[in-house]
Design a protein around this ligand. Sequence first.
Ligand code: FE
Length: 227
Amino acid sequence: MIFRQFIESETSTYTYLVASRKSGEAILIDPVKEMLESYLRILKELDLKLVYALDTHVHADHVTALGALREATGAVSVMGAETRAACVSERIKDGDILRFGGLEIKALHTPGHTDDSYSYLMNDRVFTGDTLLIRGTGRTDFQNGDPSAQYDSIFGKLLTLPDETLVYPGHDYRGWTVSTIGEERRFNPRLQVKSREEYIELMNNLRLDHPKYMDVAVPANLECGLN
Ligand code: FE
């Protein structure tokens, strides 16, 4: 398996390339529009064919490359069934499996950061989008965010995975690139709560600024970053 992690440094967004060496089929998770040329370049250099481009949710902080990648490579763009982005080619739901080049990736609906938030599970690793971050969790105060739903997504789904499962998040603002489920259970300060109520209370009192590019990014992403 080929695996690459990219960072878009202005918004600290991670993008993941996963591919099968045997077949050359590849997927990209959470591609950023400004990075399009990098993705096309590595696909060419490694002789890969992009079959799926997935977004874990409608992003509020950067513009997606889903539409541009579909146009450039013919890849199928994928988001969860709940998304308001009408432009995506394929909608997946909880438990669905995407297959490419002999590899499989399983969609887990993990709402809370947004109602259309998905995580993607693949053997020893899970791509958690903005649901579970390293030593943090995605904010729940816009785009139909819901701390109670996020509590269920994290405690009821993600933390039931084996402790050694690698956690690859959608962002990290301190440069941490990977964690594990066991590590987050023990050391993530947001997860040291005793009840759902305590988690809701915590999330409702973060008092964060609005993301810089939200007014641009959300409308653009509802059109897959085109126009
Ligand atoms: Fe987000």
